[in-house]
Design a protein around this ligand. Structure first.
Ligand SMILES: Nc1ncnc2c1ncn2[C@@H]1O[C@H](COP(=O)(O)OP(=O)(O)OP(=O)(O)O)[C@@H](O)[C@H]1O
Length: 774
């Protein structure tokens, strides 16, 4: 399909020289743009805000310039990476951002890779050149052009191609063979056609991107976020984009990609971070997490809430001053029915319950103190009754009774109380059938109330918040009080102003009130307003449980439980989502067996799927080994096609159990020596992680181990759940059979472990036949 143009060394050097001139000119423009933005930012920061409205505008201007300064800095490396020579018109230079000539006709000097005019850079082929004669990849280091690769698109070349379907083959192979750094890089220079179609798919609806390991799902998902923000900026800048990843280590691994694409406003979160105010770090067995992920949990939580709406068998006494009032069972039952019938969530129905109980108690008091000694009607009037009710509300005994019968609950309280008590669990689970949740499973949920929450608790907290209803009356009351204060202030000032001027209040009052409040705006109210305004969309979204995102991207989505999907769907009422994963790599017990099963409850069959078929990470030699494991998981699944061979076959080494640690250390040292400044991943069974980690750090002190290993270290020791989504130049897999035995979905975990290497794979095992065949 393509051919590299044959040029002499001199011609090549000339070409590089010419491109250098152009690229230098672009960097000059970039510097000017950055300086301008920095100056404007400094100017805005120096100016005082003026009116409240002006301050708010100034804040968004400051945020805009600050973002511009940041993104002009972030695109420094590889600013311009491509050039298209077309049949008609001047060559088009393609880069990370768009830059225009600010003199004359305002021509594009550099076209943003996301713009329609850049698209043929990724799609044009010899068979379908789309007006393109030549595609050039420009390689730069810092600001220096260090190489160019040309493809001339003509049909003759199409017949001689080796790697069918690849665009920018030389640049692509250079990228996939490059040493890893411990941080994911962007792929903007070498996006392939099947990936481009995913990245540029339209915004609405749920798009599933299914693909085997190393097919670029994560890379594509992040580039799609950048593309959507560019193309639908208006729509998405106010609602924001959320990217959900499997764990904190993975999010750190991908965190550089969007900034280098000049996008800083995307919120990256694990599922465990999606309930503001809760840090879900508690660990728990996979079996417990699986139970918590089942849809039946909604019923369990609803029952747990109903169980908190108490009706004492024998009624209860309420001590008020020196008197004892009686709440009989019937009265409490009637109050509960009333409150439940309102259909409001628990916390919002509480005031109704409260009113019923207070009325019943007030009637008792009235009967005692207002009874007519002559046997006539009660002597108290409605105003007296109202006073009695007011006083009752302030009584500690009444408040305690109300809190016992119908407590206002936070989601955290509800869950801690439920899981902390066998009795509460039994009461909540009483109405469920054994098919939904067995007694033994229910008992597994029991835990120490101390110790915080686990990631699998987060969807349950969210569900509880929905079922309980958030009692934002106090927040609303505060806002209302502030508003009233503002009006009173303004009215007071207006009176003074009016006293000294004779104007017609009818005509002028409204405008006058505004200007007076403006004058008073430098007080604390305005300050509070200012802090609110300065938050970015991502920050506001992170702090707000009910935030509705404009688009959600879910990576490693196969791991999500049904309860996790419920949470995400709540955060995305528009159902504009990109769901990225591989059902063959599902590790979590409660994860998806199919996309239909995961998404069906929310969008029925209104979702579309795109498949990625080429693995850019895993070389053919390693893919053959991994493919055999995949066939054991499901013979109908096809492994992705590897983009290259490395000529380095994967190997097995059988060792005696007593010498595993020593031999592993030897191999770590050997492998580290073969990959220069690349990265070595050692993937171990969970049960051996501490012991082997210690043996390795004794020999290589800078090796990274533990719960959040530093991926930039040359040697990193991890378990399979930690290694998900990551990659290393060389990988050592230790005791594969133990990895299989230990994990809930054994073979899938082994498949993940075997597909983490970009170059070299070795397997160490104590028993069994080995898995690489060498
Ligand atoms: N078009 C491309 N050009 C250059 N490199 C690419 C391209 N596509 C993918 N890669 C590289 O391939 C590697 C694997 O990509 P990525 O991690 O996105 O795959 P994945 O499908 O998410 O894998 P997994 O399912 O194993 O997590 C990354 O190093 C990525 O940069």
């Amino acid at each position: 399909m393509s051919r590299y143009s044959g040029t002499s060394d001199d011609q090549h050097a000339d070409e590089i020289g010419r491109e250098q001139e152009y690229v230098s000119m672009l960097y000059g423009r970039l510097d000017r743009l950055r300086d301008q933005a920095a100056q404007r930012l400094a100017g805005e920061l120096r100016s005082d805000g003026g009116t409240q409205q002006a301050r708010s505008q100034r804040d968004s201007t400051i945020a805009m310039y600050a973002e511009q300064v940041g993104s002009y800095g972030a695109v420094e490396n590889g600013l311009c990476f491509g050039r298209l020579d077309v049949e008609e018109g001047a060559p088009r230079y393609i880069g990370r951002i768009g830059i225009f000539d600010d003199e004359g006709e305002y021509d594009p000097l550099l076209i943003d890779w996301r713009a329609p005019a850049a698209r043929s850079f990724y799609l044009a082929t010899a068979a379908s050149p789309d007006g393109v004669r030549r595609r050039r990849h420009i390689r730069t280091r810092f600001r220096k052009v260090v190489g160019i690769n040309d493809e001339v698109l003509d049909l003759d070349a199409a017949r001689t191609t080796e790697h069918e379907g690849l665009t920018g083959e030389a640049a692509l192979l250079a990228a996939v063979n490059a040493r890893r750094t411990g941080r994911m890089s962007d792929i903007v220079q070498t996006i392939q056609a099947e990936q481009d179609r995913v990245i540029r798919a339209e915004l609405p609806g749920v798009l599933v991107v299914q693909g085997g390991p190393g097919t670029g799902k994560t890379a594509v998902a992040l580039h799609r976020a950048a593309y959507l923000l560019y193309t639908y900026r208006q729509q998405l800048s106010t609602r924001g984009v959320l990217v959900v990843g499997p764990n904190a280590t993975f999010l750190r691994y991908i965190s550089q990609v969007l900034p280098t694409l000049a996008e800083t406003g995307v919120l990256l979160r694990t599922l465990g971070e999606l309930f503001p105010g809760v840090k879900a770090t508690r660990s728990e067995p996979a079996t417990v997490a699986e139970i918590k992920g089942r849809p039946v949990m909604t019923e369990l939580l609803a029952a747990a809430i109903r169980d908190r709406q108490q009706v004492p068998e024998d009624g209860m006494d309420v001590v008020v001053e020196r008197d004892t009032l009686r709440l009989d069972r019937q009265t409490v039952l009637a109050a509960r029915e009333r409150a439940r019938r309102s259909g409001r969530p628990h916390n919002l129905a509480q005031p109704l319950f409260d009113i019923e109980i207070i009325h019943a108690l007030a009637r008792q008091v009235a009967e005692r103190i207002g009874a007519d000694p002559l046997g006539g009607e009660n002597l108290l009037e409605e105003a007296d009754l109202a006073e009695i009710r007011r006083e009752l509300r302030d009584e500690t005994g009444v408040q305690e009774a109300l809190a016992e019968l119908w407590p206002v609950l936070t989601p955290q309280q509800l869950l801690s109380d439920l899981f902390g008590s066998a009795d509460r669990l039994a009461a909540a689970g009483a109405g469920l059938t054994g098919d939904e949740l067995t007694e033994a499973e229910l008992a597994l949920l029991r835990r120490d109330p101390e110790g915080g929450f686990s990631p699998a608790d987060v969807p349950l907290l969210d569900e509880s918040a929905e079922l309980l209803g958030e009692d934002d009356r106090s927040a609303q009351a505060l806002v209302e009080r502030e508003r009233q204060q503002l009006i009173e202030y303004a009215e007071g000032a207006l009176e003074i102003a009016l006293g000294s001027r004779s104007i017609d209040l009818e005509d002028e009052a409204e405008g006058e009130i505004l200007s007076v409040t403006d004058l008073l705006g430098a007080d604390e109210l305005a300050e509070r307003q200012e802090t609110g305004d300065r938050l970015t969309t991502a920050q506001r979204a992170a702090a707000d449980r009910k935030w509705a995102f404009g688009h959600i991207i879910v990576d490693e989505a196969q791991e999500l439980s049904p309860m996790a999907w419920r949470l995400l769907m709540r955060r995305c009422p528009s159902r504009s989502m990109t769901v990225v994963g591989d059902v063959a790599q599902t590790g979590a017990l409660g994860g998806a067996a199919s996309w239909r099963q995961a998404l069906g409850p929310y969008v029925a069959d209104r979702w579309r799927i795109r498949e990625l078929s080429v693995s850019y990470r895993t070389p053919a030699e390693i893919m053959e080994v991994a493919g055999r494991v995949l066939a054991e998981i499901d013979p109908s699944l096809e492994p992705p096609r590897a983009v290259r061979r490395t000529g380095v076959p994967p190997w097995d080494l059988r060792v005696e159990p007593g010498e595993l640690a020593d031999r592993l250390v030897e191999l770590v040292l050997r492998e580290a020596g073969t990959i220069d400044d690349g990265r070595l991943g050692v993937i171990v069974p969970e049960g051996l992680a501490t012991e082997l980690g210690r043996a390795i750090t004794d020999a290589v002190p800078e090796a990274a181990i533990g719960e959040h290993p530093e991926l930039e270290s040359q040697v990193v020791v991890l378990t399979v759940p930690q290694a998900k989504g990551l990659e290393f130049d060389s990988v050592l897999v230790v005791e594969p059979e133990r990895i299989v035995a230990e994990s809930p979905r054994g073979r899938s975990d082994l498949y993940v472990a075997l597909t983490r290497a970009t170059q070299r794979l070795g397997v160490l095992h104590c028993d069994g036949p080995g898995i690489t065949g060498r």
